[in-house]
Design a protein around this ligand. Structure first.
Ligand SMILES: Nc1ncnc2c1ncn2[C@@H]1O[C@H](COP(=O)(O)OP(=O)(O)O)[C@@H](O)[C@H]1O
Ligand SMILES: Nc1ccn([C@@H]2O[C@H](COP(=O)(O)O)[C@@H](O)[C@H]2O)c(=O)n1
Length: 229
């Protein structure tokens, strides 16, 4: 049984580069990392038809099933398997199938509001916010939504102006205050290399387990005290 020793949250606006950062910092560590896309926890909307689902606001915190995410993250932290929901962006709904996910040394939760929920924040050991200019993000999003998510240009622009941008300003940007580190421009190599080293150390078992580790505040206080001696 593996009890995860390090849980990272990666938040930031749409198109900021969250998924890319998560992928780059974990691609060389094999199967010892579990990635949890927050998108998989969009609430089930099967009671609505496609038209109604298309019109929903997917950038408001109420779009997500937080209770399920809290439960499943806690289950992984206890060393037990979860059945993770899957999401289908083309039909705006959760898929019927789930995938079994085993706990691993490192767990990464990644999504626009990964640093929004207080209880989730408490479960994270490292909180990252990826910060990229809004014009770069919308250009990336147009490209992705049209090519990968089966959307048309007009719809992407309407959605951006009506919900994505206002919700970013109201909920996502303010969640930055919970971050321990802010990563500029998405996949920036210095940040990725430092994080990759940290993940490697956790996976290799060099790092102290949770119960051996002092709180980050205490670690800093100890080091400041040492420097002052
Ligand atoms: N630093 C970067 N430079 C150039 N392109 C990037 C950078 N970071 C991410 N991208 C690209 O931007 C797009 C959106 O990145 P993604 O990681 O999917 O964003 P998010 O998960 O935040 O929505 C992808 O096509 C990705 O390759
Ligand atoms: N049915 C849906 C569900 C979500 N979205 C958008 O996805 C964005 C979050 O994903 P990122 O990879 O961009 O972080 C979010 O901004 C939602 O608007 C959607 O378009 N349709």
């Amino acid at each position: 049984m593996t009890i995860p020793s390090f849980v990272i949250g990666i938040a930031g606006g749409t198109g900021a580069g969250k998924t890319t950062v998560a992928r780059l910092v974990t691609e060389n560590v094999g199967e010892s990392v579990t990635r949890i896309p927050l998108d998989n926890y969009y609430a089930d909307q099967s009671h609505l038809d496609l038209r109604e689902r298309e019109a929903l606001n997917y950038d408001h915190p109420s779009a997500f099933e937080w209770e399920l995410l809290r439960e499943q993250l806690a289950t992984l932290l206890e060393g037990r398997e979860i059945q993770m929901p899957q999401y289908d962006f083309e039909v705006h709904n959760r898929k019927e199938e789930t995938v079994p996910v085993e706990p691993t040394d490192v767990v990464i939760l990644e999504g626009i509001l990964a640093l929004y929920d207080e209880e989730i924040n408490e479960m994270l050991d490292l909180r990252l916010f990826v910060e990229t200019d809004a014009d770069v993000r919308i250009l990336r999003r147009i490209q992705r939504d049209v090519i990968d998510r089966g959307r048309d240009l007009e719809g992407v622009i309407d959605q951006y102006l009506s919900t994505v941008k206002p919700m970013h300003e109201q909920f996502i940007e303010p969640s930055k205050k919970h971050a321990d580190l802010i990563i500029p421009e998405g996949a920036n190599s210095v940040a990725v290399n430092i994080l990759e080293e940290k993940v490697q150390a956790e996976v290799g078992g060099d790092a102290p387990r949770d119960w051996e580790r002092e709180s980050p505040e205490q670690e800093i206080a100890d080091r400041v005290a040492l420097d002052d001696e």
